[in-house]
Design a protein around this ligand. Structure first.
Ligand code: 5GP
Ligand code: ZN
Length: 114
């Protein structure tokens, strides 16, 4: 996708602080962190949001969760735990239209919406 910022990061056209990468997933620090650890976990395939997940591309969700564990372990927050957040669509506040999960940790979290 030509004008997708996360595709540009995946292609190396925009710099990012990459903390994990394999052939299907990339994880890099969020540019505006809200916690000591705030990493975006992104499938390399351009999928707009969770709404576009289907039986053909759904295995990327397993890849993302396995990458989340690896990132948490690498960054030293696996033991204490972390939060994985996906914003899907306008009402949820999704601003980048390339599927991603926020991995947030390194502090005790505040109140939960759910
Ligand atoms: P969303 O609001 O779609 O759930 O999350 C998008 C996230 O991408 C935001 O937390 C924002 O800070 C992050 N972001 C937007 N542009 C860039 C960028 O160019 N580089 C990095 N590392 N993060 C970005
Ligand atoms: Zn993209």
């Amino acid at each position: 996708m030509e004008d997708c910022i996360f595709c540009k990061i995946i292609d190396g056209k925009i710099p990012a602080t990459v903390v994990y990468e394999d052939d299907r997933v990339i994880a890099f620090r969020d540019i505006q962190p809200v916690a000591p650890v705030h990493v975006l976990i992104v499938p390399k395939q351009h999928i707009q949001s969770i709404r576009e997940i289907n039986e053909n591309n759904g295995s990327c969700l397993i890849d993302i969760h396995m990458a989340a564990n690896k990132v948490a372990e690498k960054l030293g927050i696996w033991d204490k735990g972390y939060r994985l957040i996906n914003n899907c669509g306008a009402d949820a506040g999704q601003t980048v239209l390339h599927l991603h999960y926020h991995l947030i940790g390194g502090m005790a979290m505040g109140p939960k919406i759910i």
